[in-house]
Design a protein around this ligand. Structure first.
Ligand code: BES
Ligand code: MN
Ligand code: ZN
Length: 495
């Protein structure tokens, strides 16, 4: 799919379809107004007749219009004029591409970037149009016999004012494309079944990424290396599995050696059955998605490389399965983490924090400017925030604010929960430095409190994506690619 910035005069280029915006109360965008005059008031008549009402995401296609250079005209409802929100913009962009893809058009020219979206810049609108449009083209095919993809347009031309800064908009379009590509990579890794996407598979993907991009260097540690480093908490989870654990380090060097890196640590549980604290059967297949944190790290690093961002970013992925076995962790077992702190494993299903704590300790060596872990960590975050919002917790407010800003900018929503000291005693254990669960109440917070004990020396934030990384059940079941947009935006805002 090709995206072009087009600064020509409206209705002078031939295309398969021209797209213009309408609003509620019969209002037209400037482009709709101009086209309407050229084609003898057809749009006005459609509005008056009630063929389209301007509601967000409503669409109407008109064919073979005299006076129109394009073969079709697509009218798109954008809500109340000057009141379109970022979320509504997303909705109407998705509706637009859906209408285009079923219209028979091969290419299109869209004037939708002219509408006011909460006073966002033109570059923002271009980036968002490209990212959202391109993300609709994702299809999972790898384990299906029929691989034919749905018909789709191949070129989208974005009409903008002739006075606009073309270079800036070309970059915005590239950013949108890189975000969508990163999401697609993350979605594909997430959607792959656990018998294919194993820790070894993820490690091979990381090596592949390192080969593809000159600025990414990949290192894989095996279980012997991890034992040497003292990662006994991580290794204890892997002991119950026949697939060897892998510890993946992807180093993207886009800036000088002295620039402290941003480190992303992604939970890479390629299947979480719960271990001896076995999960109930219904929906357990969805625990193949327990590596979506790591998938978002892959997606974000690949976006960095694609955009050649002038920043250093390191992706760290501890990867394992969590299965019941004669050699698996048992409730009550005590393990020693790489940091030297002992952990009483009261529930073997709270395994994410057991692998993450060693990955966080390991990451101290990079002296990160900021370290963010991304994990499908707790079911409790779904109770708190549903499937709309990622949970954010941090050991200082500056980094939390930075992530919240990136979340608003990318429309990839996150909301902060506290990790005050008041919660720490819930992790007390009579037999180790801490337990791995915090008991009743505030499950997502106590999980983050556990991690906070391994990040005291770093500028750290934690994203709990258990509710947002994939959609359950039904026809929409599948990985979402979140929070790749948030993470890429976080980096873009730092440049
Ligand atoms: N991977 C799960 C979290 C999860 C659960 C994500 C449901 C998405 C949907 C994690 O390893 C887990 O099992 N967490 C436990 C923690 C509990 C034992 C303290 C949970 O949330 O139930
Ligand atoms: Mn678990
Ligand atoms: Zn898990």
């Amino acid at each position: 799919m090709q995206y072009l910035i087009n600064q020509s005069v409206l209705n002078t280029n031939k295309s398969d379809c021209l797209v213009v915006a309408l609003f509620e109360k019969g209002r037209m965008s400037p482009s709709a107004e101009a086209v309407d005059t050229q084609i003898g008031g057809i749009i006005r008549r459609m509005l008056n007749q009630g063929d389209i009402d301007g509601k967000v995401g409503s669409t109407l296609i008109l064919h073979e219009i005299d006076g129109l250079a394009s073969k079709r005209l697509l009218l798109v409802g954008c809500g109340k004029q000057d009141e379109t929100t970022e979320r509504q913009f997303d909705t109407l962009i998705s509706a637009t591409i859906k209408a285009l893809n079923t219209s028979g058009a091969d290419d299109a020219i869209s004037a939708l970037a002219e509408i006011n979206v909460n006073n966002r810049s033109l570059a923002w609108k271009i980036r968002q149009i490209v990212a959202t449009t391109d993300n609709t083209f994702y299809r999972y095919t790898q384990t299906k016999s029929s691989k034919d993809s749905a018909p789709a347009i191949t070129s989208l031309s974005l009409l903008v004012d002739s006075a606009a800064n073309k270079t800036e908009l070309d970059i915005a379009a590239k950013q949108g494309q890189a975000i969508a590509n990163g999401m697609s990579l993350a979605r594909n890794l997430g959607d792959l079944p656990g018998n294919i996407c194993t820790p070894t598979y993820l490690a091979n993907k990381a090596v592949e990424l390192g080969k593809k991009h000159e600025k990414i260097n990949t290192t894989i540690l095996d279980e012997a290396d991890m034992a040497e480093l003292g990662m006994h908490s991580l290794l204890s989870v892997s002991r119950g599995s026949r697939e060897p654990a892998k510890f993946i380090i992807m180093n993207y060097q886009g800036a000088g050696n002295n620039d402290k890196p941003v480190v992303f640590v992604g939970k890479g549980l390629t299947f979480d059955a719960g271990g001896i604290s076995l999960k109930p059967a219904p929906g357990m297949d969805e625990m193949k998605y327990d590596m979506c944190g790591s998938a978002s790290v892959f997606g974000t690093l690949s976006a960095c490389a694609e955009l050649d961002l002038p920043i250093n970013v390191i992706g760290v992925v501890p990867s394992s399965e969590n299965l019941p076995d004669g050699d698996a962790n048992k409730p009550g077992d005590v393990v020693t983490s790489m940091a030297g702190k002992t952990i009483e494993i009261l529930n073997t299903d709270a395994e994410g924090r057991l692998i993450l704590c060693d990955a966080l300790t390991y990451s101290e060596r990079f002296e990160p400017a900021a370290i963010i872990d991304i994990a499908t960590l707790t079911g409790a975050i779904i109770v708190a925030l549903g499937h709309q919002t990622t949970g954010l917790m941090a050991n200082n407010q500056a980094i939390a604010d930075e992530i919240l800003a990136a979340s608003t900018d990318s429309n990839d929503k996150a909301w902060q929960l506290p990790i005050w000291d008041e919660y720490q005693p819930q992790l007390d254990s009579n037999f180790a430095d801490m337990g791995n669960i915090g008991g009743k109440g505030a499950g997502s917070i106590t999980a983050a409190c556990f991690l906070s004990r391994f990040t005291e020396n770093m500028n750290w934030a934690h994203l709990d994506i258990a509710g947002t990384a994939w959609k359950s059940g039904g026809k929409d079941k599948g990985a979402t690619g979140r929070p790749v947009p948030l993470l890429v935006q976080f980096l873009l805002n730092r440049i």
